[in-house]
Design a protein around this ligand. Structure first.
Ligand code: IPE
Ligand code: IPE
Ligand code: MG
Length: 246
């Protein structure tokens, strides 16, 4: 294992790292390329990051690949992203499976996603469902507000059908109706490209996440950038509303 891992405390690696992979378009524009070339270049960054996360012992890695708001982009870019994510899964599924990764999706499945993409999602999930290694969750057609809206609808249904009393509604009942209820909240929440906003990513789950922003554009992100974030994370003091322990 390489030397840049030396100053990471291996007993305090964040269990769950979530990343907003942003800046692909700007990366391409800076090079005089079409925006889609930036998305293509992001693939290598993703695999290096996945490998780096596995090597350091991250148990959950969640990446934001397409938001419920990204449908507002030009149809040609949306179409590119749909096909790109489908093909990426096809290309990498076996490799991830061999590394023991459990691939999962989170987002609105039955809304707008082309059938061929859904099919590939299902295949990757089925192939890797029993893997005991890292869980790689791909947030796709995902929006934090949409997720909460869907949870509220599920609660309304349960109340109407007598399975739940309004007085029983609490944090846990809401969390149990999110897309991936068994997913622990992210410890470390990363956004690339210099934008310092949440953009609807894991709204409920990141209530107490440590946020980390970097100007690095996503295609330039590597496992070393991830380790830099983890080193910074290890210097933070998490209080969860309490007071510091000495
Ligand atoms: C992130 O890069 C990828 C997606 C949102 C799908 P962008 O495409 O948002 O790149 P910028 O932010 O325009 O540079
Ligand atoms: C967030 O990035 C979505 C993904 C990375 C998939 P955006 O580029 O869509 O966010 P805004 O528009 O800059 O807030
Ligand atoms: Mg962007």
């Amino acid at each position: 294992m390489s030397s840049y891992l030396q100053d990471i405390d291996r007993s305090r690696v964040p269990a769950h790292v979530a990343i907003v992979m942003d800046g692909n378009g700007r990366w391409a524009t800076q090079r005089g390329l079409p925006r889609t070339e930036g998305h293509a270049a992001g693939e290598e960054a993703l695999w290096d990051t996945v490998g780096g996360a596995i090597d350091i012992g991250v148990r959950w890695l969640t990446v934001f690949a397409f938001s419920t708001e990204n449908w507002a982009r030009p149809p040609s870019e949306v179409r590119y992203l749909m096909n790109f994510n489908r093909d990426l899964l096809r290309r990498r599924r076996d490799e991830l499976h061999a590394r023991g990764v459990r691939i999962r999706f989170m987002g609105r499945r039955n809304w707008r996603i082309p059938r061929s993409v859904l099919q590939e999602i299902r295949r990757a999930e089925e192939l890797t469902r029993d893997n005991a290694g890292m869980t790689l969750t791909i947030a796709f057609n995902y929006g934090g507000r949409a997720e909460i809206v869907d949870a509220v609808r599920a609660i309304a249904r349960d109340v109407r059908e007598g399975r739940l009393r309004p007085s029983q509604i609490d944090d846990e009942e809401i969390a149990a109706r999110l897309y991936r209820p068994d997913m622990p909240p992210p410890d470390l929440w990363i956004r690339t490209s210099g934008e310092e906003r949440i953009s609807n990513f894991l709204l409920w789950q990141s209530a107490y996440s440590e946020l980390w922003f970097t100007p690095v554009l996503w295609p330039d992100f590597t496992r070393e950038t991830l380790y830099e974030a983890i080193r910074d994370y290890q210097k933070r003091e998490r209080r969860f509303g309490g007071i510091a322990e000495d």
